[in-house]
Ligand binder design. Structure first.
Ligand SMILES: Cc1cc2nc3c(=O)[nH]c(=O)nc-3n(C[C@H](O)[C@H](O)[C@H](O)COP(=O)(O)OP(=O)(O)OC[C@H]3O[C@@H](n4cnc5c(N)ncnc54)[C@H](O)[C@@H]3O)c2cc1C
Length: 380
């Protein structure tokens, strides 16, 4: 049966939405199960999205970007993630790294690195360490300025998404002035990645998350922005990317909803279609209302970003709500599909695993609630 994708109306540009839906049907859907099963970086898809300008959509024109809005980029993330959240998270680490370089990098760094995103450069964003997850106010990875102005960066990062494929790592390290941010190309002498059993996850599997080992000398302009201002820069970047993370969760929720509805329409029990039981219809009604609410909240956060408003609260609310809606909807989808929902050959386990994992990655729900509460108390 044909799934009516107009169920989720375009909140931005209908032409872009249609283009993305066709791309997902042709290029993402056929690969989604295999990417998750094999824990593989979606290289060929990321090359195709780069060629369409989606990897550099919000970068300025002078570095090959589309100078587009966050609302349009949100549409890209949501629609692609209906096909596979793995594509979404591969793009989010690209976005995070380019946002930092674009907003805070020197002119030479911007000119050297930003045009490469249009050509498909893959990137990772490395904050976490074994001993520092939610709390990155101090770090064990250290950076020391040398007499000639270059930087010696030394330490180890953990759980790095896209790290198996990244051409560029944007890394947080502590200097004498505090947490700072550095751009480290993969080919840098002294950088190597390690796939450890501890970093394997049951969800958001876009290639094994890696440990990143660094003992590198970097040129002076590898420092992104001001020394010691890295925490602030990281917070700004995360506030931006949380809107896109919410978009990925919305994609998962929609995929689970659509697939479960299709199954409930086609499945019979007690001489009736499963979808004709009122108890089952109520599941879908409740889920549709929650997905619609999460979409509006997330769209509002993107509009806030485009309007230059403070988004600490709205982007945190969007990710908090959308990620929990995705988990609820994925769980409901398993339930209404009965045994079919639990089959490893059906996509429902993937939706549930990806949805739950995104309540932790990219800012856990508890940390988001802290941010929301802080903005409420500050605003009193
Ligand atoms: C799939 C996946 C991909 C990831 N990708 C990346 C990546 O690309 N780059 C990167 O740098 N990191 C990455 N991470 C790491 C991720 O950012 C951290 O896992 C996350 O920040 C939480 O840190 P933690 O796991 O150390 O939990 P902890 O910080 O040890 O927290 C444990 C629990 O305590 C809660 N908690 C902690 N502090 C507070 C508080 N102040 N108030 C209330 N509750 C609190 C947490 O919410 C959590 O429930 C990834 C993680 C996952 C699962």
């Amino acid at each position: 049966m044909h799934i009516d994708t107009r169920r989720w109306r375009s909140l931005e540009d209908a032409n872009l939405t249609d283009q993305l839906r066709q791309f997902v049907a042709a290029e993402v859907d056929p690969r989604a199960e295999e990417l998750d099963r094999d824990d593989r970086y979606p290289d060929e898809i990321i090359a195709m999205t780069a060629a369409r300008g989606w990897n550099s959509l919000t970068l300025p024109h002078d570095v090959g970007g589309g100078a587009s809005s966050m609302s349009r980029l949100l549409t890209v993330f949501e629609e692609l993630s209906v096909g596979s959240a793995i594509v979404g998270i591969s793009l989010i680490t690209i976005f995070q790294s380019q946002k930092l370089i674009d907003a805070f990098g020197s002119a030479s760094l911007r000119q050297r690195l930003l045009p490469r995103y249009r050509d498909g450069m893959r990137a990772a964003y490395a904050l976490t360490e074994r001993a520092h997850g939610s709390d990155i106010r101090s770090l064990d990875t250290k950076a020391a300025r040398q007499a000639n102005g270059s930087w010696h960066v030394r330490g180890q990062k953990a759980f790095i998404t896209s790290g198996s494929a990244a051409d560029l790592f944007v890394v947080l390290a502590e200097t004498d002035a505090g947490v700072s941010v550095f751009a480290v190309p993969r080919e840098t002498t002294g950088l190597h990645t390690e796939e450890t059993a501890e970093a394997q996850t049951f969800g958001l599997r876009n290639g094994p998350h890696v440990d990143l080992h660094l003992d590198c000398l970097l040129p002076p302009d590898a420092l992104i922005g001001e020394e010691g201002r890295g925490l602030k820069q990281a917070m700004v970047t995360l506030a931006n990317s949380r809107v896109l993370a919410a978009g990925i969760s919305l994609g998962i929720a929609r995929a689970a909803f659509d697939a479960a509805l299709q199954y409930a329409i086609g499945r019979s029990a007690f001489s009736s279609r499963v979808i004709d039981f009122q108890g089952i219809q109520w599941y879908f009604a409740e889920a549709a209302a929650r997905i619609d609410a999460a979409r509006l909240l997330t769209h509002q956060a993107a509009c806030d970003l485009d309007a230059g408003r403070d988004i600490a609260r709205s982007s945190s609310e969007a990710k908090l709500f959308a990620s929990s809606v995705a988990t609820e909807v994925a769980e409901m989808a398993v339930q209404v599909c009965g045994a079919h929902g639990t089959r490893t050959s059906s996509p429902f386990g993937r939706y549930l695993r990806d949805a739950k994992t995104y309540e932790i990655a990219g800012g856990s729900s508890e940390i988001l609630k802290n941010t929301i509460a802080k903005s409420l108390i500050g605003a009193r």
